[in-house]
Design a protein around this ligand. Structure first.
Ligand SMILES: Cc1cc2nc3c(=O)[nH]c(=O)nc-3n(C[C@H](O)[C@H](O)[C@H](O)COP(=O)(O)OP(=O)(O)OC[C@H]3O[C@@H](n4cnc5c(N)ncnc54)[C@H](O)[C@@H]3O)c2cc1C
Ligand code: FES
Length: 274
């Protein structure tokens, strides 16, 4: 069991250096924090908005100089409050927490949708530097929601093949990104698949990886409070997503197959459908 240094769990107040509008419902907030700059892609922070709430957010950018970012979709109270923040405003961060993606494999497929593209963007920045051959499949309902698509096509080092799928056909392949993944996995051999996005999408990608016997790593989302494995809010099967994840391997996903893509816990601990 890993032990968090006290500094990681201590609250730091950071200044917003810049705000970037990524889509009608997603904004990226850039800030500087030394500990976040040492995070592994896939790790997350708890973002505190005074008087409102504290919510988990993946790091969408991780700079070794400490310049990092979160990319926040509009969902409810806390994310609405974050969206109101501007350059020069502050918020609190704890973390980075959890287990990130592992890397070192050569031919990589990345499948993402919605704000799930945030940790995958940080992952891609890292693995192109170690010369992986990356195919990045982006999924969204419409063209406007294709987060980071242009940014990934411009990654300067290594090779990133980017493919977009929109449900309304306004850009790229018309349909679900999982359909594109299925077709590609039928034709090409990949060494690993990484996925993050809506849970039903990830469940489908997990089944595809199982069928093609390819290692997979998936970043899961659950409600979180403590982020250090104490409160149990984020439990899935025998795992706590904040500490054992949020990135899980195919072997671990097999152990929680009865809950994956089906149930999550509500604020009162009861099981609700995903
Ligand atoms: C490890 C991790 C990384 C995350 N990374 C990002 C990210 O990079 N960008 C991003 O925009 N969001 C991310 N999220 C989701 C984000 O934490 C929630 O959207 C946020 O907590 C919603 O807070 P709210 O007060 O705005 O909404 P609330 O008012 O709390 O909730 C509105 C609705 O969203 C649901 N909800 C709330 N929290 C979550 C959650 N954690 N997972 C699933 N459903 C939830 C509630 O059940 C409710 O139906 C991440 C979550 C986790 C666990
Ligand atoms: S958020 Fe408390 S145990 Fe995971």
């Amino acid at each position: 069991m890993s032990v968090y240094p006290i500094a990681v769990n201590s609250l730091r107040i950071v200044n917003i250096l810049e705000v970037v509008r990524e889509s009608p419902t997603v904004k990226t907030f850039i800030f500087r924090d030394r500990l976040c700059g040492s995070a592994a892609p896939g790790q997350f922070v708890m973002v505190w908005i005074p008087g409102v709430d504290e919510v988990p957010m993946s790091l969408s950018g991780i700079g070794s100089d400490g310049v990092c970012s979160i990319s926040v979709g509009l969902v409810g109270e806390a994310t609405r409050a974050i969206h109101k923040l501007e350059k020069g405003d502050c918020f609190g961060v704890r973390g980075p927490f959890g287990r990130g993606f592992s890397f070192g494999r050569r031919k990589v497929m990345i499948v993402g949708g919605g704000t799930g593209l945030a940790p995958l963007s940080a992952l891609t920045d890292k693995i192109v530097k170690i010369d992986a051959d990356v195919t990045f499949l982006f999924g969204a309902k419409t063209r406007d929601e294709l987060l980071f698509y242009n940014r990934m096509g411009r990654v300067p080092l290594g090779e990133v093949r980017v493919v977009a799928a929109t449900e309304d056909g306004s850009y790229g392949f018309q349909g679900l990104v999982t359909d594109v993944a299925e077709e590609m996995l039928g034709k090409e051999r990949f060494d690993v698949v990484y996925a993050c996005g809506p849970e039903l999408m990830m469940y489908k990608v997990f089944l595809l990886a199982e069928r093609h016997r390819i290692p997979i790593e998936v970043s899961l989302e659950r409600l979180m409070r403590c982020a250090i494995g104490l409160c149990g809010s984020c439990v899935i099967g025998k795992y706590r997503v904040c500490k054992d994840g949020p990135v899980f391997s195919g072997e671990q996903l097999r152990e929680v197959k009865d809950e994956l893509g089906r149930f999550k816990r509500d604020f009162d601990g009861s099981k609700i459908s995903v």
